[in-house]
Design a protein. Structure first.
Length: 293
């Protein structure tokens, strides 16, 4: 219980969202999870991308590697929510809602943070997850093709023209969240797989992102470079924080150190609460799940 208010403590909810696959959502989610665990926080995680289940497999790989090598590394309290399989839209959505609400209800009052990895597509579960975010992180590959998931601009002037369907969905989620409990969604866009070489195209992309940020009301996180080290850790279920700070059995390289600096910069940008207190948006005592009801 929160001593000052007498209300149950509720988790700060971080949602990883992007309607394009392959943007680095699951890798980013796992690094945020482990970073929070190493802060000494309790972390729950929910995978609502039930087709790919990349985060689920990441967590499973981590547990298996730790058991095989007798590593004392922290783990999240993980849940996976499956898509409905009734073959009837209303029944499927009812089943997905119940499963999602059960997962959230199990974790929201027992964890400091709840990290939700969403699918690379627009579906009912993805919209549910977005609607209860305190912090929404959208990793986007650093190209005009991938950034089109956020909005359209004039190809000559790079002036904003219209939001994308995904940005419209985020806007609707923000409105729904505010109408339910007065909460706000802090949207942060992470430019992913940056090229190490400066170019005219890179400068145009940076201008493009800043133009979108102004119109769509998101903050921009420092970018993450294209690094093999992020992908090579998946089979072990490890992150850069494990490799550098624990006895993981991996040789630490300059690439590992540089990549960890980039992830720490993302953490600083997110401005996550270091103390576990009831969010102002949850003073009803209902917790994050109120936003999905």
């Amino acid at each position: 219980m929160n001593e000052s208010s007498g209300l149950p403590q509720t988790a700060h909810v971080i949602v990883l969202g992007n309607e394009k696959g392959g943007s680095g959502k699951s890798t980013t989610a796992m690094h945020l999870i482990v970073a929070l665990l190493k802060w000494g926080k309790s972390v729950g995680s929910i995978d609502i991308d039930s087709r790919q289940q990349s985060l689920t497999r990441y967590v499973e790989n981590r547990k298996n590697w730790a058991e095989q090598h007798e590593l004392l590394i922290p783990h999240p309290n993980h849940r996976t929510v499956a898509l409905g399989s009734e073959g009837h839209l209303r029944k499927d959505e009812d089943g997905e809602f119940a499963a999602f609400a059960d997962a959230v209800g199990t974790l929201e009052h027992t964890c400091d943070f709840l990290v939700i990895d969403s699918p690379g597509s627009d579906n009912y579960l993805s919209r549910l997850g977005h609607s209860m975010a305190d912090t929404l992180v959208t990793p986007v590959n650093d190209s005009f093709l991938d950034l089109d998931v956020l909005g359209n601009v004039c190809p000559e002037t790079l002036q904003f023209q219209r939001p994308s369907q995904y940005s419209e969905m985020v806007s609707q989620s923000r409105k729904r969240r505010f109408s339910v409990d007065g909460g706000e969604i802090d949207w942060v866009v992470l430019r992913n797989r940056l090229s190490p070489l400066s170019s005219r195209n890179a400068k145009r992309i940076e201008k493009f992102v800043r133009e979108l940020s102004h119109h769509l009301d998101f903050r921009i996180a420092p970018g993450v470079s294209e690094r093999v080290v992020f992908r090579e850790l998946f089979p072990q279920g490890l992150t850069l924080f494990d490799v550098i700070e624990d006895e993981s059995g991996n040789d630490v390289t300059m690439s590992h150190l540089a990549a960890q600096v980039e992830v720490r910069a993302l953490l600083d940008t997110l401005r996550l609460p270091r103390s576990h207190t009831v969010s102002a948006s949850f003073h009803s005592g209902a917790g994050p799940s109120a936003a999905i009801r």
